[in-house]
Design a protein around this ligand. Structure first.
Ligand code: BQZ
Length: 697
């Protein structure tokens, strides 16, 4: 979907004013104003990781009765004990808000994305909204870390159940869970891990979904090898880079089923990389997973239905094989509809993340008999305008694009854009009240590594912005209200300065903010044109450098600094999504970017908390003073969950180390028997053979 929107108005009048601006009072940068007070509604219960889970063999194991009767006793399935690993992952009852659960019922998700196919590790999306999070399991896990005591925060074991560093800290040996199986019964082992690493992360022709590259794990110098079926060993250039354990969690180290994918990979077949990526379309049912649920039905533009994984390798302390929920639905709709259906009770879950829907959702949820409860978390949702700073060919820009990137590299130009943003008004245009906060960019206020004194904010001032545009050599030479490229600009001399801003059209919030930004930029004489794309195309264009500016809802690194740390600065040619190497494979970094890279690399290599705090102060100052990204707004989201669900952890943010679909540990969420509803579409069935139609009973 590609549409251009051009907004033109009375800027010409304003321009003569700009002549005056140079002489007007230039507004100086300050520290950001304190965000409006907004208390998260529920606080997490802080615990240690060992209070949440362990790996242990139990004396006995259980499963839903209908599985025993219809599948085990009929010989279609081996007994549960044989389907589980030697030492399953055991969730401790003490950490379950409502204790050991009961089997049955469905969680009905609504999502705005659409499945491209099942080949996640080759870059296909399943539609977001928790579908991939529920199907993919990764070496480590970080979503539930919001509930872990600050001094014990470190990635949780998952498919990698334990690890140890070599004396010099350059090698990390990890022990995979032994005897776990894919949902079709095929063994999970080091072959799956090495296939992901060698033929996806290291292979430059493949870009897994969520964009893992070797830069995610320290660059080309990082090595990974299998010592045996259940032992892998990393070798890093840095000593003790514990940071990378966070990148071994969701979305960047989640192996796919090698026994299904390898035969289709170009290295082992005649397929092209495109044929490999598209080898398993959404119609391919019973796709093998390590996650709790397996896709068994897909009705295009309607719904994806998943059934419990009979080989799932996690249990509760009484030996009940998880998950408790037998079925999960993903209705294919819009993100806005997800909120509507959750508060109405026709859907069961939503990350309320679009402020336009807050007032209505709050009003509905306030009713005594409202079907869902709604709880706000901390301000971890934020939007930033990323100017494309690459002038050496990334995204192969045309003459206008190249001229724009040269401008983007001019600090006065970036300052002008920042001063022209009335962030207060942009936030209030989304929702009135104490939700949105002025966000200059960089790490979010309210996060553990944030330091206000190290944060530089360029306050709203049209005059200052116009004066800075002039200082950057831009004036309106043809009097049409839009400034023009200087006469010596190759290919576009004298033309209006037109900026193409890439946005994700699947979210009303992105559109609303973009409209506001267009008007505010026009006010100072910049014409902004929107490139509106759906989620998947948006992400691909951004990672391909096909933008002048990208308005982006930020990912986890700015909320935690710990997750996706490599995205904080271009530490490698492909480590970030908004700043990648040019056509010659090099990064044409500006001096302040070099310093940002040094700060982030030192942060990754340091295990000293005081030193890491200091390094993030340096990072924040460099980022916000030089406007590596131009922050727009920051606000809290709210988790909406149907009241019939139990074991929902208190204080779960919709977004921090991961999205709530991971944070709440869905595999141990259950519905008490007396509250269970009859929403199952394929009751008492299990996934069939990979590629076969539908579930079996
Ligand atoms: C949450 C999330 C779970 C991706 C996606 C989507 C993609 C981005 C981002 C969010 C959706 C929901 O976000 O908005 O609430 O359910 O899926 O994965 O925006 O386009 O690429 O990073 O997570």
């Amino acid at each position: 979907m590609y549409r251009k929107l051009i907004a033109l108005g009375g800027a010409s009048l304003l321009l003569s004013a700009s002549a005056l601006a140079v002489h007007a009072e230039m507004v100086e940068p300050t520290v950001p104003p304190d965000p409006p007070k907004f208390t998260a509604q529920t606080e997490p219960v802080f615990v240690g990781i060992s209070d949440i889970m362990e790996y242990r063999a139990l004396d006995e194991y259980h499963e839903p009765e209908w599985v025993t009767e219809k599948f085990v006793e009929t010989g279609k399935l081996p007994p549960v004990a044989e389907r589980l690993p030697k030492e399953p992952l055991v969730f401790k009852a003490g950490n379950m808000p409502d204790g050991v659960g009961t089997y049955g019922d469905v969680m009905r998700h609504v999502i705005g994305g659409r499945p491209e196919g099942w080949n996640y590790i080759a870059g296909q999306s399943q539609g977001w909204g928790g579908i991939d999070i529920g199907m993919m399991e990764c070496l480590t896990r970080v979503g539930p870390l919001f509930t872990v005591k600050a001094d014990e925060v470190e990635p949780m074991p998952n498919l990698a159940k334990s690890w140890e560093w070599s004396e010099d800290g350059h090698q990390l040996t990890m022990h995979l869970i032994e005897g776990a199986k894919w949902s079709d019964g095929d063994p999970f082992d080091a072959e799956d891990v090495m296939f992901y690493w060698e033929d996806h992360v290291v292979d430059p022709n493949v870009s897994p979904l969520n964009g893992a590259t070797v830069d995610t794990f320290g660059g080309a110098g990082t090595k990974l090898e299998a010592l045996d079926d259940y032992t892998i060993r990393w070798t890093f250039e840095e000593a003790f880079p514990e940071q990378y354990l966070y990148q071994m969690a969701y979305g960047t180290f989640c192996p796919g089923p090698a026994h299904i994918l390898k035969p289709e990979h170009p290295k082992y077949s005649d397929n092209t990389y495109d044929q490999y990526k598209n080898a398993f379309p959404p119609e391919f049912m019973n796709w093998p997973v390590m996650g709790a649920w397996v896709p068994v039905e897909h009705r295009s533009d309607d719904i994806i239905v998943l059934r419990r994984n009979p080989y799932y390798w996690k249990v509760d302390e009484e030996g009940n094989q998880l998950p408790y929920l037998d079925e999960v639905h993903y209705k294919l709709s819009t993100w806005a509809d997800r909120d509507v259906q959750a508060v109405a009770g026709t859907g069961d879950f939503s990350n309320l993340e679009q402020p336009e829907n807050y007032v209505e959702a709050l009003r509905k949820a306030a009713n005594e008999d409202a079907p869902a409860r709604l709880a706000f978390g901390a301000r971890t949702i934020g939007y930033t305008v990323y100017p494309n700073l690459s002038a050496n060919g990334w995204g192969s820009p045309d003459a206008r694009g190249q001229a724009l990137r040269e401008l983007n590299r001019n600090l006065d130009f970036r300052k002008a854009v920042s001063h022209a943003l009335d962030r207060q008004r942009l936030g209030e245009a989304l929702v009135k009240g104490p939700f949105t906060a002025i966000y200059p960019g960089g790490l979010y206020s309210g996060t553990s590594f944030y330091d206000k004194e190290s944060t530089v904010y360029y306050p709203y001032s049209v005059e200052t912005a116009q004066a800075l545009l002039e200082k950057a050599g831009l004036t309106d030479t043809d009097g049409n209200g839009i400034v023009n490229f200087p006469d010596d600009t190759e290919g576009v001399a004298g033309e209006d300065v037109e900026v193409v801003m890439l946005i994700n059209g699947d979210y009303q919030t992105d559109r609303s903010l973009a409209e506001g930004i267009i008007a505010m930029m026009e006010r100072i004489g910049l014409r902004v044109v929107l490139d509106i794309q759906n989620s998947n195309t948006h992400d691909q264009l951004m990672q391909g450098g096909k933008f002048d500016w990208a308005l982006n809802r930020n990912s986890e690194e700015l909320a935690t600094a710990l997750k996706f740390t490599e995205r904080l600065a271009p530490v490698g040619p492909r480590s970030t999504w908004t700043r990648r190497a040019g056509s010659d494979g090099t990064l044409d970094l500006l001096p302040f970017e070099e310093e940002m890279v040094q700060a982030v690399n030192a942060f990754t290599a340091s295990t000293d908390n005081a030193e890491r705090l200091e390094l993030m102060k340096q990072y924040q100052k460099l980022y916000t003073e030089n406007l590596w990204g131009i922050g727009v707004t920051q606000y809290p989201g709210a988790l909406i969950i149907n009241k019939r669900f139990a074991n929902i952890p208190a204080g779960s943010p919709i977004f921090m180390f991961n999205w709530a679909e991971d944070n709440i540990i869905r595999e141990r969420v259950y519905v008490p028997e007396d509250k269970q509803q009859d929403y199952e579409l394929f009751a008492e069935t299990l996934p069939g053979e990979p590629g076969a139609d539908g579930p079996v009973n």
